[in-house]
Structure formats: C-alpha cells, structure tokens
Design a protein around this ligand. Sequence first.
Ligand code: ADP
Length: 331
Amino acid sequence: FAKIDVMGKDLVAGFITDDYKASVKEVLDKALQGEESANYEFPLYTKTGDRVDVLLNSTSRRDAYGQIIGVVGVGQDITEAKKSQAQVVQASKLATLGEMATSVAHELNQPLNVIRMAAGNSRRRIKSQKSNKDTEYILEKLVRIEGQTSRAAAIIDHMRMFGRKAEEKSEMVDPREVVSNALDLLGAQLKLAGIQVVTNFPEKCSKVMGHTIQMEQVILNLLANARDAMKDNISGSRITLSITEKDEIITISSQDTGGGIPEHILSRIFEPFFTTKEMGKGTGLGLSVSYGIILEMGGAIIAENITDGAKFSITLPTTNNIIQKIDLMGI
Ligand code: ADP
C-alpha cells in the first residue's frame, strides 16, 4: 500500500485478517499501557492479495515527561525465511518417511515370502488330488493369495530402492546417456500410446556424480507418470525432455501435456504411498524414490504446472562444480 492508502486508517480494522485482529490489538494495547510484548508473528496481505509474513515488535512511545503518547511498531518481512524453513521441514519429513519405508520393506519381505510359498505349496498339493467344488474354490483363492503377495513383493522391491543408495559407489554419469537409456526402455510403449517425444539435448554436456541405474529409474518414473497423465488425451500428447547446463548446474526437465497436477495435491506428490491412481495401478512410490535418489546426488527435484501439463525439473551439480568445491576446501 502507498502511504496515502494507510495514513490515518485503523491498522487492526483495515489491514489485519479477522483471525489475527484480536491478538494484534492486544499486542498494541499492551504497548499503549507500557507493557513490552515479545516478538509477534502474523500475516499481512498486500494490495494485490499476496501474503507477507510479518514479525512485529512494538514499544510504547513517550513524551518528554515520560507519558505514553503512542506505540511504535516495527514489522519485519519474514516471508522468505518462513518459506525456506517450511522447505527444510518438508525435506526432513520426506527423508524420515524414506528411512521408515526401507525398514518396513525389509521387515515385510520375510513373512511375505513365507505366505507366498505356503500358498504355492498348498495349491500344488490340492491340485494333485481329485477335484471337486471345494478344491476348485480353494485353488482359486490360493492363486489369488499368490497374485496379491507378488504385487506386495513388487511394492517392497520398489521401496528398497531407498536403502540401496548408500551401498553402490557413485560414478561420473553423462545425463544425456541416462535420459536416452530410459527412452530406449520406454520409447516403444510411449509411441504405442500415441505420445510424441521431443528431446532437446545440448551437444556438449558436463557429467554429474551418481548411479546410472538409479538415475534411469528416476527418468522412467517421470516418463511413466507423464504417460499415465495423458491417457485420455490421445491427440496432441507430447513429452518434452530437455537438458540444459548453466553455472555448473545441469537441469533435466520433463514436461507433458497431461493437464497438470491439481494444486491441492502438489505439495504431497513426493510423499511415499501418495497416489491418485486407481487401486492396483499406482504404488505412490515413484516420485518419493526419485526424490531420495536425486537428494542423495546433491540435487533437487521439483514439480510445477505449466500451460497444459506438468513439468518436473531435476537440478544436479556438475562434476566440475564438485571438483571446484573440493579445491576450495583445500583437499
Ligand atoms: P504413482 O505413479 O504410483 O501414483 P508417484 O509417486 O510416481 O506414484 O506419483 C504420485 C502422484 O503424483 C500420481 O498418482 C499423480 O497424481 C501425480 N503425478 C505425478 N506425475 C504427474 C504428471 N506428470 N501429471 C499429473 N500428475 C502427476
């Protein structure tokens, strides 16, 4: 707001949102009575409706005789600080969930194998006996148990990607190679689904530190998600894969024309087990595994919505960057 918009107006009545009116008034009233209050946080909204988080500190203003004649409030804009704090919390939450997923996967594997083997053995034993209505029924159920345990085992396998990270040694990887490999694996399937794939790769490209297989897994996850998002949108379906390099940072991005990610779930898609796909289709682990892999490589992965779809961007430091850093550390 310009000075002219606010001079002479009541701060609390005109500029503070309803749920903070009472508490901000209390802070100011206390200052009017000569009482100091601790720093106080509340949101203000700009003329255009953007939220600004403010840290308010108010003290009494006195005249030459020590009489209180007003309040001086100093508000500090802490929007950025709050945002990065929220990001740190989110990152550590995801890391904890990742660790949990690894140990759950490990613990579940054993009983699952036992169930599957027991079901298989029972099926074979029953099959060798004379068939009647009951044996048919039991056989059918046993096949079902085996099928479902296989599915659970597949989920567990996926979850174990979390734990595998630390075990392998990192190597220098050409990002173009990783993306091409992933395309080799899924390209035919995308073509069949009527999806056009456009690639923008630079002629020269620095390397990054990581594991080829895991990075491929990340790109495969992004491609599979893009494919799934464009299921009902056959004509004009397109995935654009780009690699760019700037200031010793490689950015690999995948954008699709699948309509994007609904705003209300955007902050949740990297959580383990979060899926909007129907039962049996999604495990909700693709993006959380990808997140872990990229984080381990010292990079970041973000999702955003663009005009007609979603865009995922992976940023990774180039090996030149890493070597420079080590040099600076004097090693
Ligand atoms: P899954 O694919 O098994 O559901 P993911 O972790 O890979 O698990 O993805 C989580 C969710 O994120 C998906 O269920 C979907 O709702 C959303 N999502 C991911 N990629 C896209 C995309 N390209 N377009 C729209 N939504 C997406």
